[in-house]
Every structure is written in structure tokens, then in C-alpha cells.
Design a protein around this ligand. Sequence first.
Ligand SMILES: Cc1cc2nc3c(=O)[nH]c(=O)nc-3n(C[C@H](O)[C@H](O)[C@H](O)COP(=O)(O)O)c2cc1C
Length: 181
Amino acid sequence: MVPWGRQPCRRYSVRVNPATESALEPRALRATLGAFATGVTVVTCRSQDGQAVGLTVNSFNALSLDPPLVLWSLRLASPSLGAFDAADHFAINVLAEGQVELSRRFASAMAGKFDEGSWHDGLHGLPLLSGCAATFECERVSRQDAGDHRLYIGRVLRHLWQPVPPLLFHRGHYHLLGEVL
Ligand SMILES: Cc1cc2nc3c(=O)[nH]c(=O)nc-3n(C[C@H](O)[C@H](O)[C@H](O)COP(=O)(O)O)c2cc1C
């Protein structure tokens, strides 16, 4: 096996990344993790003084059906950490393909993130985005530090989906949903 070798593979080339110390360096690991295509969400909560707080997240995942649990993780250095720790509830807004600008907005440090998009209040005042592919309103049941992130687990209190195509993220780029196989 040739380390970091490239071989033709239809549209993509193969990049072999051996489990050496340099391959486990964050940039290389991030590149390999990027091969796992995900949806894109904006996770929101209300701060203790009632402000809407939110950020773009693709670490969201299903965890359990019974009880209904979902998870996501937040980097420990995030300025939003205090608000999510203080809040008993959070909402997952799964973005539709037409909401890519909102994803960029909520992945930035800009002020007034909620000035764009159509927002309304859900359970416990949770900020919910209209027109997205799905929403999950959750009660936080667990919180645990794992490396440089904090893992939040929530029990789903209410959920909703709409027949609109979701926004996808793969290898650092946004994508549209492809063909059904
Ligand atoms: C597609 C995408 C997915 C992201 N997923 C996460 C994530 O799961 N957890 C996280 O902490 N940051 C994630 N980020 C980065 C945050 O959105 C970004 O750091 C944002 O500024 C965080 O808001 P904050 O400044 O309030 O922490 C992601 C960014 C993008 C573009």
C-alpha cells in the first residue's frame, strides 16, 4: 500500500491515509471525516436573559428510538457554550437546500444571526425555523465532555418534518440531494 497514494476511482481519486501520528493530526483527520456526508442543522436555545442563540451543526445524529434521543456536540471554545449549558432545552432545525445562506450565517461569529430567516417560538420559547426539512424540540437529558467538544443528548419532546429536500455537507462543501438509487 502506497501511503497517500492516488489511484483513479471514477469521479474521485483514492487517498490512502495510514494510521500514523501525522495522519491523526487534526487537519488530516478532518479531511477523512469529511468523507462522511451529513445533513446540516442549526441548533438553537434561549439564553437565560431570553436571547435566541444558535449555530450551524453537522454533528447531530439519531441515538435512540425508545426512549427518543438525539445527540450533537459543541466545541468547548464556543461562545455559545454557556447558553447551551444553562438551557434545559434545545432545538434542532434540519436545513432545507434553499437555506444554505442561513447555514453560512450561523457558522459565523456575526451579531444578529436571527435577523435573517423566518423564526418563531416553539416549546419553552425555542427558536424554530420555518421552511426547514425537520425540527426536533428537545429536553436536555445528558451532557458530557469528550475531547475538545461537549456532547449534548436530548429527549425529543416534539418533532416535525416537511417534504422539502435537505441541504447536504460533504468534504467541506454544500451539496444538493442526488438521485435515489
Ligand atoms: C457544516 C458545518 C457544520 C458544523 N458543525 C459543528 C458542530 O457540530 N459543532 C460545533 O461546535 N461547530 C460546528 N460548526 C462550526 C460552527 O457553526 C461555528 O464555529 C460557529 O461560529 C459557532 O458559533 P459560535 O461562535 O456561537 O460558537 C460547523 C460549521 C459548519 C459550516
